[in-house]
Design a protein around this ligand. Structure first.
Ligand SMILES: [Zn+2]
Length: 201
């Protein structure tokens, strides 16, 4: 009797890690600006990072609770929070209750998977970006994306990737320019509000 050992397929490149924090806050805020109108900006900002605040504890909590075995459809740190479905439900709840905070939260949430996809697209190409996106769940199947990390080294290399660093720098720049525009607007009159670097982006 002979046993054949199949060679393991080569690891695919890292699927996600394109945008971390300032990238989502700043670029998400910029992306939401045309639709924001009179929605409260701080809730939009919270929404831009809310998917990670939901999904990372969910995944790591499940992993810890179940010893990395049988996490069901949650395979990584992009799951329910990274879907347009959840953002849509929050928007709908905001509309039904007449609550601008929830609508702002939903708008920010909707920018998150868009930025994740664009950064993955720039870093890894269209196929990996599509595999790593949970945005259209469950239309794309019940299982959420599976990260393919080859180890801590790959994590750290991804954190230093030019795409990620560019997104973080651009997001931070937007926030700094917004704050400066807000201060200028504050000096020029109490009724002025800041929506971006131009004061009205
Ligand atoms: Zn995310």
């Amino acid at each position: 009797m002979t046993t054949s050992v199949k060679p393991r397929p080569p690891r695919k490149p890292l699927l996600y890690f394109g945008v971390i924090f300032f990238g989502h806050l700043g670029l998400g805020d910029a992306l939401a600006a045309p639709a924001r109108r009179d929605l409260p900006r701080r809730w939009v900002l919270l929404g831009t990072v809310a998917p990670d605040l939901l999904d990372k504890p969910l995944y790591f909590g499940l992993s810890w609770a179940r010893g990395h075995r049988g996490l069901g459809i949650v395979h990584g740190t992009r799951s329910f929070g990274h879907t347009f479905l959840l953002a849509g439900l929050v928007w709908w709840a905001g509309r039904a209750r007449g609550d601008a905070r929830l609508k702002g939260l939903a708008l920010g949430m909707a920018t998150h998977p868009v930025l994740d996809f664009l950064s993955d697209l720039a870093a890894f190409g269209p196929a990996a970006a599509a595999r790593g996106s949970a945005a259209f769940w469950p239309l794309t199947g019940w299982g959420f994306p599976v990260p393919t990390y080859a180890g801590l080294g790959e994590h750290l290399r991804a954190l230093a990737s030019p795409v990620l660093l560019s997104c973080e720098a651009a997001g931070l720049l937007w926030l700094v320019l917004s704050a400066a525009a807000g201060r200028r607007a504050g000096r020029s009159g109490p009724s002025s509000t800041s929506n971006g670097p131009s004061g009205r982006a």
